[in-house]
Design a protein around this ligand. Sequence first.
Ligand code: GRF
Length: 223
Amino acid sequence: MMPSITTLDRPSLPLAPTACIRLGVLASGRGTNLQALLDAASARRIPAEIVAVASNRHGALALDRARRAGVPASVFQRTEFPARAAQEQAVVDFLRQHGVELVVLAGYVPVLGATLLDSFHHRVVNIHPSLLPAFGKTLHAQADALRHGVKITGCTVHFVTSQVDGGPIILQRAVPVLEGDTEESLSARILEQEHQALPEAIGLIAAGRVVIDGDRTRILPAE
Ligand code: GRF
């Protein structure tokens, strides 16, 4: 059964904790966040199973990670479809075939359109390497943080809406920006936190503790 994420505009009790949430992960690149989820799930640190992985890029390392873990992995490249909606529909069909309940964007580059977002309303989360709303809508959030001279940055896990990098925030982790940091060193420090934050956010959702309240979320206390 599809777990429901409570929204206060449709008041109802928060969902009972799911025994095991079925995740579909979309990734375009090396897939270290996917790996963090695979590791957390197989070690039973989160009540989740990664049941499908999709990419828009042939050759994405994330696909190898999925296959090594025995997870079905497919590529849906934009140029192989007549329009974005058709590509997204193929991704939706793939995710549905595998009974996906929650979609995780783990370094997925394409901006999602209505086809995917409407099919998984309030059930798509993303991880972004900055403290949103700072340094959103970019693939260079870490470089932008350095350029602006901020002293603290971090990562954000949030629900995906049609507002790019603007959906309700689930959790954030801060990291210091150190003197002498390069884009690489800062990115590595943030990535370490991403690998903690993403599984933690999934754990909160699976536990039924995340309530969407308009533009924000509320995190319910543990039982
Ligand atoms: C991460 O920095 C994530 O925040 C961003 O894309 C990167 C993906 O890294 N959205 P990886 O492919 O999970 O290693």
